[in-house]
Ligand binder design. Structure first.
Ligand code: ZN
Length: 161
């Protein structure tokens, strides 16, 4: 960071703290050349993510919309929709994803709901995957059953102790 007083190309950070309200970092800096102190606010640069919908239309990723979609499937279930949505947005930001299909977002939600609450998972899957018929729905349930049994048998149960 260039010194605003003498234009010295470097400055020393003497204090750094996050400013919660606007997700920025406040830094006290000191110029090693002229000794002046000044403050900078650094903001994390978030990238707008384009979502490609089923019909080919694009819109910007909207976490509020995602939260509403998750909440619809998770009514009265122990799922924090805002947390799931934030988690997914952070993952996309960290992976520097600039474009994603709505189906892929749906799969990201499902992969989380599967671990949090199976009822919400089924409800969300029935909307997002648009099960064509009762057979594909039953296959999904069966695959969950297999996964569940495997997970249970991996862990020692109380009866084994
Ligand atoms: Zn200076």
């Amino acid at each position: 960071m260039k010194c605003p007083v003498c234009n010295h190309p470097d400055s020393r950070v003497i204090d750094s703290r996050s400013v919660e309200e606007n997700a920025s970092i406040k830094r006290r800096r000191e110029c090693p050349a002229c000794g002046r102190r000044f403050t900078t606010y650094e903001v994390v640069d978030t990238v707008a993510i384009a979502v490609v919908k089923r019909d080919g239309r694009r819109e910007f990723f909207d976490s509020h919309k995602l939260i509403l979609g998750i909440e619809r499937a998770c009514q009265k279930r122990p799922v924090n929709a805002a947390e799931v949505a934030r988690d997914i947005e952070t993952e996309l930001q960290n992976a520097l994803v600039s474009e994603i299909t709505s189906q892929d977002i749906g799969e990201l939600v499902l992969s989380r709901l599967r671990d949090i609450d199976i009822v919400s998972y089924i409800r969300f899957a029935s909307v997002y995957r648009e099960f064509q018929d009762i057979d594909s729905f039953m296959n999904e349930i069966k695959s969950l059953g297999r996964r569940g049994r495997r997970r249970v048998s991996d862990k020692p149960t109380n009866a084994d102790k």
